[in-house]
Write a protein that binds this ligand. Structure first.
Ligand SMILES: Nc1ncnc2c1ncn2[C@@H]1O[C@H](COP(=O)(O)OP(=O)(O)O)[C@@H](O)[C@H]1O
Ligand SMILES: O=P(O)(O)OC[C@H](O)CO
Length: 499
């Protein structure tokens, strides 16, 4: 029976999911891999480990679904974005650990570029805000700090890739050095208007062009497996998108205005803006949503760095719950937050604040505060941050949102979803299948090989699990959001004694 295999390479784990023709999950395999924190604020991954873990889960999932490799008609790839790998073209060995999107080591370089007045040019060309989050300064750091790297790069001996590129290189035995345009749009080197690498930016970041992969669309046959996966040759790799763009496609947010939020480790809101990029005036990102059938579409994006991760902190840091899912019951055991607000700025604040020096804060504590109030405040903090993203988005574009589509692990939490609908003032719609990221990659691959004929067919596959209608009076919402804002202001510019 023909199926699609989606490889979902996330920040903390590799997943492989097999989908059938109805877009239903047939099997899932998942494996975490090691996070390296060599210094405060630094986050690295071993690219070899990512590859072997990804192969491991792919093999496992095909066996679990009781399929043969020949049943896989195409592979779709979706991945953590921005994370940067440099490797030797001849040996295929990475020259250093991958520098992860969360890594802040290049913040000083960003400050220098900012002080030199480059931020506007960068935003205009790439749609991005000058920040260590993106790949460009990470590549520059590797070239300047790994002995011999720059000379090798200048001699054309090194290759750069985000994780999609690294996986395709390995799946095709080094035959293909390519990236899809959604991943390319997160490097800070792509001109999102032309869809090409930008010579001026390459010069600014001092990055040789020979390092860069070829930019391709999000849905086409890029190459075929050469035996490293499932011991099978000839399986087409036919869809690629960065994980947030894949989720947008998986939710079929294809029309301008359609918006989704994914609640995973972080929270990412993307609004489809159609065939023209909209450069934000409210500190959001403009990014490429997809390129298919010779058409590029764009999205406005707001990124929150700590979303569901705040629940992991309750579990692993405070140890007030044993499993993430227990947070729902504990938070629901009190009628409200009892005046407690938690701002989880553990890694600074992302959109719309972009304050790397902000740090986490809990405020409003009294003698009556219990762990249930803290759990409630933690869950609510996810929704407050997402509400701030929507406010920025509505200031940037038409206020045309009729519903918010939601997905990701934390979207299972009913208390969170209801509170979110209340804060946003629009209904939330959760699909039956919340593995939307992998589904989007599967759709892109399936469309490229004719497994599905077009997006009209996909619309009929979509099933809604639940809809959350806003219920809270606006006056109460406004009061709560006002208090949240006061808490956010207090946590800013903390690190380094700036305040
Ligand atoms: N009931 C819940 N309420 C809130 N957050 C939850 C709940 N269950 C899981 N989470 C959070 O959801 C996240 C997992 O979602 P997932 O989509 O798998 O994330 P990722 O793809 O980023 O690894 C974790 O951070 C976890 O703490
Ligand atoms: O791996 P995730 O789900 O945390 O997503 C990471 C994002 O792509 C970072 O931009």
């Amino acid at each position: 029976m023909p199926h699609i295999l989606a490889l979902d390479q996330g920040t903390t784990s590799c997943r492989a999911i097999v989908f059938n023709h109805a877009g239903e999950i047939q099997a899932v395999a998942q494996q975490e891999f090691e996070q390296h924190f060599p210094k405060p604020g630094w986050v690295e991954h071993d690219a070899h480990e990512i590859w072997s873990t990804q192969i491991g889960v792919a093999t496992e999932v095909v066996a679990r679904a009781s399929l043969r490799p020949s049943d896989i008609v195409a592979i779709g790839i979706t991945n953590q974005r921005e994370t940067t790998v440099l490797w030797d073209r001849e040996t295929g060995h990475p020259i250093h650990h991958a520098i992860v999107w969360q890594d802040r080591r290049t913040a000083p370089l960003c400050d220098q570029l900012q002080a030199a007045g480059n931020a506007d040019l960068i935003q205009e060309r790439t749609g991005l805000l000058l920040d260590a989050y993106f790949s460009a300064t990470k590549i520059a750091w590797l070239l300047d700090n790994v002995p011999g790297a720059r000379a090798k790069a200048e001699a054309g001996k090194l290759a750069f890739g985000t994780i999609d590129t690294w996986l395709v290189w390995n799946l095709t035995g080094g035959a293909q050095h390519i990236t899809d345009i959604t991943n390319a749009s997160r490097t800070m080197l792509l001109n999102i208007h032309t869809g090409e690498w930008d010579e001026e930016l390459l010069k600014l970041f001092n990055i040789p062009r020979s390092l860069l992969p070829e930019v391709r669309s999000s849905s086409e046959i890029y190459g075929e497996t050469t035996g490293g996966l499932l011991n099978a040759r000839g399986i087409p790799i036919a869809g690629i998108a960065g994980d947030q763009q894949a989720a947008l496609f998986g939710q079929l947010c294809l029309e301008p205005g359609q918006t989704k939020t994914t609640y995973g480790t972080g929270c990412f809101m993307l609004k489809s803006t159609g065939t023209k990029p909209l450069i934000s005036k409210n500190r959001l990102l403009s990014t490429i949503a997809c390129r298919r059938n010779n058409q590029t579409t764009y999205a406005l994006e707001g990124s929150v760095f700590i979303g569901g991760a705040v629940v992991q902190w309750l579990r692993d840091g405070l140890e007030i719950i044993r499993k993430s899912s227990e947070v729902s019951q504990l938070a629901a055991s009190v009628p409200d937050n009892g005046g407690v607000f938690l701002v989880p700025a553990f890694a600074g604040l992302g959109a719309p604040h972009w304050d790397p020096a902000a740090r986490g804060l809990m405020i409003g504590l009294t003698r009556g505060t219990t762990k249930a109030h803290i759990a409630r405040a933690a869950v609510e903090s996810i929704a407050f941050q997402v509400a701030d993203l929507l406010s920025a988005m509505q200031a940037d574009s038409e206020n045309d949102l009729t519903e918010m589509r939601v997905d990701g692990g934390a979207s299972k939490d009913d208390l969170l979803m209801q509170f979110q609908a209340d804060l946003l003032g629009v209904p939330l719609v959760r699909p039956k299948e919340i593995e939307t990221t992998a589904l989007g990659a599967a759709y892109l691959a399936g469309l490229a090989v004719g497994f599905w004929q077009g997006t009209d067919e996909l619309v009929h596959l979509q099933q809604i699990d639940r809809r959350y209608e806003p219920k809270m009076p606006r006056s109460k919402v406004d009061a709560l959001r006002g208090e949240w804002q006061r808490a956010v202001e207090r946590c800013k510019l903390w690190e380094g004694g700036s305040r």
